[in-house]
Design a protein. Structure first.
Length: 141
């Protein structure tokens, strides 16, 4: 992922790629459905991860907005995969444009994990059915 860009990753399990994003850097995981299993990461990676637990898409978007405005984390991961699609499609498209502009301004790499295409302004979109590794879709460094 390139700093200052917002990408969408459709269908790939988050625990498979969080380690690919960390590479010794601090990051935030905004867990939209409060479903992340911390045991899926090793202790060293957990020390670099700020885990924000949410229960609605609107909460996750607010958290991402605050983190990107703050500008202290180089990587922000937003996991919306387990939220109802109706809730995701109810988000105005302006929220994605705002997050994209904040990422560009602050130089943060932002990845949105979604169950379907919802981020129209994503710089890149990776589609996966879960059988592919992070390296096979270009996420490994």
């Amino acid at each position: 992922m390139v700093p200052g860009r917002l990408v969408e990753i459709v269908g790939l399990a988050t625990s498979l790629v969080i380690q690919q994003f960390l590479h010794g850097q601090k990051a935030a995981l905004i867990d939209g459905a409060d479903a992340f299993e911390p045991a899926s990461l090793n202790a060293a990676d957990l020390l670099r991860l700020l885990w924000i637990r949410c229960s609605k898409a609107s909460e996750a978007i607010r958290a991402a907005d605050l983190l990107l405005r703050d500008g202290n984390l180089p990587i922000v991961l937003i996991d919306l995969r387990l939220l109802p699609q109706r809730e995701l499609f109810a988000l105005p498209s302006s929220v994605w444009h705002r997050l994209r502009m904040l990422a560009e301004r602050g130089g943060a790499a932002v990845a949105v994990f979604s169950p379907c295409k919802i981020v129209a302004c994503a710089a890149q979109r990776w589609m996966s059915d879960g059988r592919h590794s992070p390296a096979s879709i270009g996420l490994a460094a």
